[in-house]
Write a protein that binds this ligand. Structure first.
Ligand code: SF4
Length: 279
């Protein structure tokens, strides 16, 4: 008679392996807990199959030799930058500081003409998600599909983000997802400094209203804006930064992962760190 627990373990292992395959890399780290799917003769803690070789390799970063090493599951990366920009002046004429809800911020964004990105936009993309979200994902700016729909992170990169969030058991519906700039830069170019400067008060105010447990900065523009730095994304990864006291984890943008699958493994390491901070 087949052991039903063994079947359950195999099913769990299969689901897990499928997630790892999705996230890239042929070597991945098992989460805490009992070993899943060990085969006779394999070393404890390893799952060995030709198609999905999994080995716990603490300290290794096999996806990209230029990326920092992964942390053991029980440890967090060291502290990084702490950025605490001054708050808005409540008595200023700008209506943003008076916006008491995410919807109110979205309404202000909808009529905003503070920078040239308003000229060619079809829709503003203020962000979406529940006001009590524990995780906020911040990207760079809307792309073509986002501009057409008014929703952040849709299209191919958005689908990948949804799968990444599912892999850490955070349904997209429970996450607030937004960008640094709320209107599409022409031809998906990187937003310019003055455009970011004009738009970032909306993001900062959204974060003040949300007060999430963790911010996941996806891509260099989001990371550099939230941390007020020019350091590269590679240098900013694998640290726990702070924005107004809220932990910030830096990782690759899903669009970059589509171009370079080698970055999926380090991204998986980063989102696991973010997940641990939310608990
Ligand atoms: S990108 Fe931001 S600042 Fe520029 S027009 Fe759109 S909402 Fe306004």
């Amino acid at each position: 008679m087949t052991d039903p627990q063994g079947r359950g373990g195999q099913a769990l292992a299969r689901a897990f392996l499928e997630q790892q395959q999705l996230l890239g890399g042929d070597v991945v780290i098992l989460p805490d807990g009992p070993t899943l799917g060990s085969t006779p003769g394999s070393r404890p803690g390893s799952v060995d199959s030709r198609s999905h070789a999994i080995e716990p390799t603490p300290g290794a970063s096999p996806g990209n030799p230029n990326t920092p090493a992964a942390q053991p599951a029980s440890e967090l990366p060291p502290a990084g930058i702490s950025y605490d920009p001054p708050g808005s002046d409540l008595f200023a004429t700008d209506p943003l500081p008076q916006a008491r809800s995410l919807d109110a911020v979205a309404q202000l964004v909808a009529s905003c003409t503070k920078c040239r990105l308003c000229e060619a936009r079809r829709h503003t993309v203020p962000g979406e998600g529940p006001p009590d979200a524990r995780l906020v994902v911040v990207g760079e700016g809307p792309g073509r599909v986002e501009d057409e729909t008014g929703r952040p992170f849709v299209g191919q990169a958005g689908e990948l983000l949804t799968k990444i969030l599912a892999a850490i058991e955070l349904p997209r519906e429970r996450v607030f997802i937004c960008n640094v700039v709320k209107c599409r830069p022409p031809e998906n170019r990187v937003p310019q400094y003055d455009e970011i400067a004009a738009c970032v008060p909306y993001l900062f105010h959204q974060l003040d209203l949300l007060k999430p447990a963790v911010i996941l900065a996806m891509g260099g523009t989001a990371a550099q804006t939230l941390l007020n730095t020019k350091q590269s994304l590679g240098a900013l990864r694998n640290q726990v930064h702070r924005f107004r006291g809220i932990p910030v984890i830096v990782t690759y943008h899903p669009a970059a992962l589509l171009r370079n699958p080698n970055w999926k493994k380090p991204t998986w390491d980063d989102v696991r760190i973010a997940r641990r901070l939310i608990a």
